[in-house]
Design a protein around this ligand. Structure first.
Ligand code: URP
Ligand code: ZN
Ligand code: ZN
Length: 459
């Protein structure tokens, strides 16, 4: 099968030019001006941006959490991702305490296999890593799972102690692997939560008010310090505030391999969104939304490369029957929010249209940087001869209004309900196949394949 994409403006993290692209099978085979080649299908991209498929390296499809499970499975969640111009996700498999790493990973392979609309990889949430498990960690890396998430939060569920973090960082680091850290002092946070509940403070906004930015900054500081002692890199996930960013900036200024991602919710939403009533449960995620002034600091960090990646932390729970579990107690509201569908257009609108980042940096933040960070570049994250033909044809002029009534995520609300933004994903190719055409899903379950990833090349 040959596809010719004509007359588009190709934008990568470094290039910006008009050319045609010939795709043969699953990969880009020729890029050039006015190609006159036979093709089975011709796509006219006049007036459109032609960008590499988005990479969202932080999703939680059907994650069992908070007494329920994330409402998108690998089918609905990856279809929604594709609608929004994302052609690769990296989801989080879980090794529960007492399990081997392989048992955790196998369970997530079983959930995803044959269901995905787009390509996917796994990080592995690691909750148990005694010395004797280290060879297994290296075997898992050989199978293409080269990054591991560890938690300083959620005591009794995912939290691991500093010794385990140090062992994991040393073990992963010696083979070029990466620890992704949920950096928040969950032990202190739990004490603050207990006090709030004892004082009768049960509304959703207290989720945010019991998780101070200092608890996140302390976690980030400690994660970086442990990584420094382990002589390993560290990647901070879902960084939400200026206090935490300051810790990353200080480390990077000292030349340490400390990396971080933020998410659209921390760039576009704030503490004000919780309001007083139960509707605020929509925004119960961890870390929580912060005071609005933090947003400008995060944008500055994205510009100066103290933040390298924008992911979503997509972890949707419906208001009905799921968020409702915490109607009388905010600490029982399942933590997480939907987002996988709108990351690319939200960042285009808030970043490029609103003059905060360049068009090239937009591509880098939503695709290329994650490919490099997580061992997928140059197969993914760019448009180049030999790369996978994961290509998005993006209309930079059309507007869309985000709403739960029209989105494709399996969740009964949108965190951005009613927001009108400029930029619409029109057509999406996933390894050369049409996945989305004029806004309609044309693929089938199982088109997306598991990606064996290499190691980070961002250092
Ligand atoms: O609230 C969140 N972020 N839920 C998903 C789990 C996590 O901590 O990433
Ligand atoms: Zn987390
Ligand atoms: Zn997460």
């Amino acid at each position: 099968m040959k596809t010719l994409v004509q007359n588009g403006r190709i934008v990568t993290a470094v290039d910006d030019y008009k050319a045609d692209i010939l795709i043969e099978g699953e990969v880009v085979s020729v890029i050039g001006a006015k190609l006159e080649m036979e093709a089975d299908r011709v796509i006219d991209a006049s007036g459109k941006l032609v960008i590499p498929g988005g990479i969202d390296p932080h999703t939680h499809m059907e994650l069992p959490f908070g007494g329920t499970q994330a409402s998108d499975d690998f089918r609905t969640g990856t279809i929604a991702a594709a609608h929004g111009g994302t052609t690769t996700i990296i989801d989080f498999a879980v090794q529960y305490k007492g399990q081997t790493l392989t048992e955790g990973l196998d369970a997530w392979h079983a959930k995803a296999e044959g269901k995905c609309a787009i390509d996917y990889g796994f990080h592995l949430i690691t909750t148990d890593l005694e010395d004797e498990r280290v060879p297994e960690l290296h075997r898992v890396m050989d199978e293409g799972v080269t990054s591991f998430k560890m938690f300083m939060a959620y005591p009794g569920v995912f939290l691991v102690d500093d010794a385990t973090i140090f062992r994991a960082m040393s073990a992963a680091g010696e083979r070029g692997g990466l620890i992704c850290m949920h950096a928040e002092n969950g032990v202190v946070i739990n004490e603050i939560i207990k006090r709030a509940l004892a004082a009768g403070r049960t509304a959703p906004k207290y989720h945010a008010l019991t998780r101070p930015t200092r608890a996140e900054a302390e976690g980030v500081h400690r994660a970086i310090a442990i990584a420094e002692m382990a002589e390993s890199p560290v990647y901070i996930v879902h960084l939400s505030c200026a206090d935490a960013l300051e810790q990353v900036r200080e480390a990077r200024d000292r030349g340490l391999p400390a990396f971080a991602e933020t998410c659209p919710q921390y760039l576009f939403l704030s503490l004000d969104d919780y309001g007083e009533g139960f509707e605020g449960a929509k925004y119960v995620m961890t870390p929580p939304l912060r005071e609005r002034w933090n947003q400008a600091e995060l944008w500055k960090g994205l510009k100066t490369d103290d933040l390298q990646v924008i992911s979503t932390d997509h972890c949707p729970f419906c208001m009905k029957e799921q968020k409702e579990l915490g109607r009388d107690d905010f600490s029982k509201i399942p933590n997480g929010a939907p987002g996988v569908e709108h990351r690319v257009p939200l960042i285009y609108n808030g970043g490029v249209v609103e003059n905060r980042v360049s068009l090239n940096r937009f591509v880098e933040l939503t695709s290329t940087a994650a490919a490099k960070m997580f061992g997928l570049f140059p197969r993914k994250g760019t448009i180049a001869v030999g790369s996978d033909a994961d290509i998005v044809i993006f209309d930079p002029d059309r507007e869309q209004t985000i709403s739960a009534a029209t989105h494709h995520m399996n969740v009964d609300y949108s965190a951005y309900e009613g927001r009108t933004i400029r930029g619409v994903v029109e057509t999406v190719l996933s390894r050369g196949r049409i996945c989305i055409e004029n806004g309609e899903y044309k693929g089938k379950a199982g088109d997306g394949q598991f990606l064996k990833r290499g190691t980070c090349i961002s250092m």
